[in-house]
Write a protein that binds this ligand. Structure first.
Ligand SMILES: Nc1nc2c(ncn2[C@@H]2O[C@H](COP(=O)(O)OP(=O)(O)OP(=O)(O)O)[C@@H](O)[C@H]2O)c(=O)[nH]1
Ligand SMILES: [Mg+2]
Length: 286
């Protein structure tokens, strides 16, 4: 039996969480087109007959701006301390630049193998992919480089096999039917946040956090926190239309997760400066 942990690092929005979901064969982490979607460490468990690969999805690297982003940065640093390998994710659709080199410095200085995933190669010209692969290969002393598309599944199996090869012998760390290390409450909160992110723009997605208050047999109650009254107006929407839409989109996925129908009750609340509130951040797992 081989088992171990692989940290998934890369700039915001390059598709780390989408890739973790693809490798795990199901939804572990929420995804959005806004940067800084992932705020906490989430383990995605990939089980095979003779292996257990634990992918550690992480927030995108960034410069800390406030207490929340400082804590996110610390999460990333700590995650590097005890892993068997790093999966360094790049986007083939964007210029590989300073942000990627900043992360490269960190991951290539760890004494574990680094596998580069050049993600988002779907619908790109082969010549462009080749150029991006060439640039990626100059970032550091990598163990392997895989062009992939987390969206279409292209190259995912080969990448999974490559990562499993790097694992040492060891026990299973999670029961075979567990796909993520989040509690059901946290998974539900994340699903609600995902739908809120998809429906909002500019500064609003960054000001949203979600906490589940009650996870019952029939009723699920969650609070959506924002920082200002005007953000609340946006998230509530005209006559409650926006928060209703968030609920409509989140409910089927929550029911699928819990395995039974639920009544989903969402409340939008103003909590000024929650991104600087250590106690709330702790409670939110950030
Ligand atoms: N075309 C294409 N889009 C992708 C692919 N993988 C991810 N995306 C899109 O890229 C955006 C960001 O995806 P995420 O998985 O949330 O990115 P992330 O790196 O986890 O971002 P943070 O958590 O914010 O650091 C989403 O809109 C995804 O749908 C891919 O292979 N191809
Ligand atoms: Mg993410």
């Amino acid at each position: 039996m081989r088992s171990g942990f692989v940290a998934v690092a890369g700039r915001p929005n390059v598709g780390k969480s989408t890739l973790v979901n693809a490798l795990a064969g199901g939804k572990v982490a929420i995804v959005s087109d806004k940067p800084q979607t992932t705020r906490r460490r989430i383990a995605g468990v990939v089980n095979g007959d003779d292996h257990q690969l634990v992918l550690v999805d992480l927030p995108g690297f960034q410069r800390p701006l406030d207490t929340m982003t400082e804590r996110m940065q610390r999460t990333v640093d700590q995650a590097f301390e005890d892993v068997d390998a790093v999966l360094f994710v790049l986007s083939a659709r964007d210029r590989i630049g300073a942000g990627d080199r900043f992360i490269a410095e960190r991951v290539f200085s760890l004494s574990v193998p680094v596998v580069i995933a050049l993600n988002k190669v779907d619908r790109l010209k082969p010549s462009h992919i080749a150029t991006q692969m060439d640039t990626a290969s100059k970032l550091g002393n990598f163990h392997a480089l895989h062009p992939v598309s987390a969206k279409t599944g292209d190259g995912i199996e080969a990448l999974r096999d490559e990562l499993v090869e790097l694992l040492p012998e060891g026990p299973a760390y999670f029961p075979p039917d567990q796909r993520s290390d989040l509690t059901p409450e946290d998974q539900v909160a994340e699903l609600v946040r995902e739908k809120a992110l998809a429906l909002t723009r500019e500064e609003v997605p960054h000001a949203i956090s979600v906490e589940v208050e009650e996870l019952g047999e029939k009723v699920v109650r969650a609070n959506i926190y924002v920082e200002t009254e005007s953000q609340k107006q946006i998230v509530v929407g005209r006559g409650g239309a926006m928060v209703r839409e968030i609920g409509t989109r989140a409910r089927p996925e929550i029911e699928h997760l819990l395995g039974h129908p639920v009544f989903l009750e969402l409340q939008v609340k103003v909590r000024p400066r929650w991104r600087r509130d250590e106690r709330l951040l702790e409670r939110l797992g950030i």
